[in-house]
Design a protein around this ligand. Structure first.
Ligand SMILES: NC(=O)c1ccc[n+]([C@@H]2O[C@H](COP(=O)([O-])OP(=O)(O)OC[C@H]3O[C@@H](n4cnc5c(N)ncnc54)[C@H](O)[C@@H]3O)[C@@H](O)[C@H]2O)c1
Length: 369
């Protein structure tokens, strides 16, 4: 198989779909890898590293797209990239097609096999290609919170860990899933006091075990949330109801009871945010203030650390890519139910029920050739 790795062209996207270690693994399995020149620059991976691993580096994106059997990317194809769609092309990337009917139509018209990272679901029901980005965002959220708690970024001027004789900061995490647990880990490491609030008691038991009782766990209800917020220096929003808008667990009046200059990092902003006062911001203007609380609401936090994010993402994607390349698409899909869940378009049909429903299109169960 020929695997193509174009440079990402979506605004501010600095990750890349394959790293040199992945090139080596594919070459060892007998495949050819074409990488667009500069594809790894944003993640601090120079062309020479791809060449040393056995990839052919090509100057033109068109050459990569047109010669590859499988295109491996990070973000959904942009307008100029759709010109390269053709029957039989396999696209392996984050797609988030639900709000993109035009792109969906182009994939259907060109009979592209589009496999979306975000809908690959393993036998435990987990979404293995979303987890790495939640790990990155969870860990970073504490680092970011610490930064915005500093005086010259308009924060309270609080050091997370305190010092001998001065109490550490209170970090309150709402939602104890992947983001929440990773945030807790980093916050504990700084010496802060950590409270995790979740509606799932089973999950709270697991967290209590994992952190050996070093965190406080609270059941999610508005009384517990309001009381925890009143004590907090840093609040991290990390709730998720899969497929739905984030529940607004923080109401404006709760913010009025918070300390002035406290920080709220709403990691769940990519699903609409978990406070009434949340609205998406960007890396160029990440924060704003409401009721004296600094809101950090950037929907693509992992872009701050593209080298780590690229490595984390590709660690998770490579095993699937190897199966597609080694077995061929139809055999890999037949034998791997997680990969099958990832197929959003195949042979001109929408094969992901959620995408079909959200766009009012007909849904077809995957009928492999
Ligand atoms: N901003 C970013 O850059 C970025 C990056 C990665 C992930 N995210 C987002 O972070 C959010 C969390 O992701 P995750 O992977 O940790 O999800 P997850 O499913 O692992 O965890 C979500 C947790 O929220 C809890 N929850 C749901 N509703 C709740 C409620 N009403 N009250 C309290 N707890 C509730 C669940 O029980 C679960 O434990 C998602 O929206 C995800 O898309 C954002």
């Amino acid at each position: 198989m020929v695997i193509g790795v174009p440079k990402e062209i979506k605004d501010h996207e600095t990750r890349v779909g394959l790293v040199p270690a992945g090139v080596t693994a594919l070459r060892e399995a007998g495949h050819e890898v074409l990488v667009e020149a500069g594809a790894g620059d944003g993640s601090a991976i120079p062309d020479i590293d791809y060449q040393l691993a056995g990839a052919v580096v090509l100057d033109s994106a068109a050459d990569v797209w047109d010669q590859a059997d499988i295109i491996v990317k990070v973000k959904e194809p942009q307008a100029s990239e759709t010109a390269h769609f053709r029957p039989g092309l396999v696209l392996f990337t984050y797609l988030h097609l639900a709000p993109l009917p035009e792109l969906t139509q182009k994939l259907l018209d060109a009979k592209v096999t589009a496999i979306a990272y975000e809908t690959i679901r393993d036998e435990t029901g987990a979404l293995p290609l979303l987890i790495p980005m939640s790990e990155v965002a969870g860990r970073l959220s504490v680092q970011l919170g610490a930064q915005y708690l500093e005086k010259y970024t308009k924060g309270r001027g609080v050091l997370l860990g305190g010092v001998p004789g001065v109490a550490p900061a209170e970090v309150v995490i709402i939602g104890g899933g992947i983001v929440g647990a990773n945030a807790a880990r980093v916050a504990l490491g700084t010496g802060a006091r950590v409270t995790i609030i979740d509606k799932n008691l089973h999950r709270l038991r697991e967290l209590d075990d994992t952190f050996l009782g070093k965190i406080t766990t609270l059941a999610a209800n508005s009384t517990n949330i309001a009381q925890a917020l009143a004590k907090a220096d840093l609040v991290i929003g990390a709730v998720l109801v899969p497929g739905a808008a984030a529940p607004k667990v923080i109401r404006r009046e709760m913010l009025r009871g918070m300390k002035k200059g406290a920080v709220f990092a709403d990691v769940a902003i990519d699903q609409g945010g978990c406070a009434e006062t949340s609205r998406p911001t960007s890396h160029s203007e990440p924060v704003y203030e409401v009721e004296g609380v600094i809101h950090y609401c950037v929907p693509n936090i992992p872009a701050l650390v593209p080298n780590t994010s690229t490595l984390a993402l590709t660690n998770a994607t490579l095993p699937y890519l190897l199966q597609l390349a080694d077995k061929g698409i139809e055999k890999a899909l037949t034998e791997n139910s997680a990969l099958r869940e990832g197929v959003n378009t195949y042979q001109g049909a929408v094969t992901c029920q959620a995408v079909a429903e959200s766009q009012g299109r007909e849904w077809h169960g995957l009928q492999l050739k």
